[in-house]
Design a binder for this molecule. Structure first.
Ligand code: PNS
Length: 161
């Protein structure tokens, strides 16, 4: 019997964008099980609580049955080891992402042998990031095209509060 192929898509997801969803869906097309793992970082206050990020990611991945959404703390390699994950999958929008991701990919492989796979960001989305979307939304700009509708609704509510 062949081994179940498992991947993890780790990130902050504060909030998840259409770029994140694209990477998650493309990963789900390649692996049997995909863990969307949200880093809990006590040193960094996000706009959304971890629980809200979990809810948003579950809402936008309901049509992807092989996807599971969880929070994690500590090292991503330990999370991978605990769940029998063979590969980390990350989206690359450009050279800046590559420069940021490459040392982590090498370090993670050094630590436990887990591989990192990069998917090129969809051409129409390479300028989409959680931080830019938040900045534009705070300034009153229209970020509708960059967010799944349920995430857009929550962001609008949060910025109204
Ligand atoms: O969405 P982000 O903030 O770019 O995601 C970064 C993330 C969460 C993937 C990265 O910071 C990470 O894997 N953190 C977990 C802690 C860890 O394993 N650090 C060592 C990486 S070599």
């Amino acid at each position: 019997m062949s081994e179940v192929r498992r991947a993890v898509c780790p990130g902050s997801y504060d909030p998840p964008t259409i770029g994140h969803l694209d990477v998650i869906a493309r990963t789900a097309a390649l692996f049997d099980e995909v863990f969307v793992a949200i880093l809990v970082n006590p040193r960094k206050q996000g706009l959304f609580e971890t629980g809200e990020r979990i809810e948003m990611l579950r809402e936008i991945t309901t049509d992807l049955p092989q996807v599971r959404v969880e929070a994690f703390s500590g090292l991503v390699v330990d999370y991978c080891r605990e769940r029998g994950v063979q590969a980390l999958v990350k989206g690359l929008r450009g050279a800046t992402d590559y420069d940021y991701e490459l040392p982590m990919a090498h370090m993670n492989r050094h630590l436990t042998g887990v591989e990192t796979m990069f998917l090129p960001g969809a051409p129409g989305q390479v300028y989409v990031s959680s931080s830019l979307v938040k900045e534009v939304a705070r300034g009153g700009g229209d970020v509708t095209p960059f967010l799944p509708p349920t995430v857009h609704r929550r962001l609008a509510e949060r910025l109204r509060d």
